[in-house]
Design a protein around this ligand. Structure first.
Ligand SMILES: [Zn+2]
Ligand SMILES: [Zn+2]
Length: 118
């Protein structure tokens, strides 16, 4: 696992550990230790790849509704990966990016998985 002065990291965008902003790839003007060019990039990175942020952001974007049946209520909702994780680490993963997440209620989520495995 690569690491820098902040600790261990996972390579998600490919910009990690190269003296560039991890999200947008902007080159840092100096050698000060940092990972992001701005707080905006930091939060975009988190919301794109870190499950705890990405899943909450997906539910917010979906206005707390199931995409298939429209049922609402945060506790009934689950966040589904369109391209499945297939056992890869959920906590930090490129597959947590917003285009790959869809918000479904438990029922529709189950239905979705049944369709795929047929
Ligand atoms: Zn940036
Ligand atoms: Zn539903």
């Amino acid at each position: 696992m690569p690491h820098d002065s902040f600790g261990v990291y996972t390579i998600l965008t490919g910009y990690e550990g190269k003296g560039k902003c991890w999200f947008c790839g902007a080159v840092f003007p100096d050698k000060r230790a940092r990972r992001f060019c701005s707080n905006i990039c930091r939060s975009k990175y988190q919301q794109s790849f870190y499950w705890s942020w990405a899943s909450n952001a997906a539910i917010r974007r979906a206005s707390y509704r199931c995409k298939d049946c429209g049922v609402s209520g945060k506790r009934r909702l689950q966040v589904h990966h369109i391209i499945p994780l297939n056992g890869s680490d959920r906590i930090k993963n490129v597959l947590n990016k917003r285009e790959n997440l869809v918000v479904l209620c438990k029922k529709c989520h189950l239905k979705n998985h049944e369709i795929r495995s047929r």
